[in-house]
Design a protein around this ligand. Structure first.
Ligand code: 9YT
Length: 133
């Protein structure tokens, strides 16, 4: 069994920041769980366009309010505490925080370390495993 405390992540290399977010990476690929778990703050006031081409992500809002737009349909959905969105089709999307949002994010395959979005809105593909052909 492994225990991880947010206090032990903040200020270490497992706290990763980009302009619009700060991701506290509680579990990474090296935990061997098959997914990663992040406690992520979304900073308010600027749209954040993302397109995870190599990962599936589920995002559960626990604090703050905002909205998400699905680029495939143009639909916008309100996000508030108690709402989860699942990017089950590598959905191209934009997230906007009206106020600081705190999200619990789960990635499959797991994020390996300090990934930030590339110009295409994706995190890089995970390294190939030895048993992959
Ligand atoms: C909700 C979202 O995807 N935010 C960007 C950061 C990412 N979730 C992360 O690495 O924690």
């Amino acid at each position: 069994m492994k225990l991880v405390r947010l206090d032990d992540i903040v200020g270490t290399d497992r706290e990763v920041s980009a302009k619009q977010w700060t991701s506290r990476r509680l579990l990474l690929a090296d935990a061997g769980m098959g997914f990663s778990v992040h406690d992520t703050l979304i900073h308010p006031g600027a749209p954040l366009e993302m397109h995870y081409k190599h990962h599936l992500e589920a995002v559960y809002c626990v604090e703050g309010r905002g909205w998400i737009e699905d680029h495939a349909t143009g639909e916008r959905h309100a996000i508030a505490p108690g709402t989860l969105y699942a990017l089950d089709a590598h959905d191209h999307h934009t997230l906007f925080a009206d106020e600081r949002m705190r999200m619990v994010c789960v990635f499959n395959p797991p994020v390996t370390g300090r990934e930030v979005h590339g110009p295409d809105g994706a995190y890089p593909a995970p390294p190939a495993r030895a048993d992959d052909d």
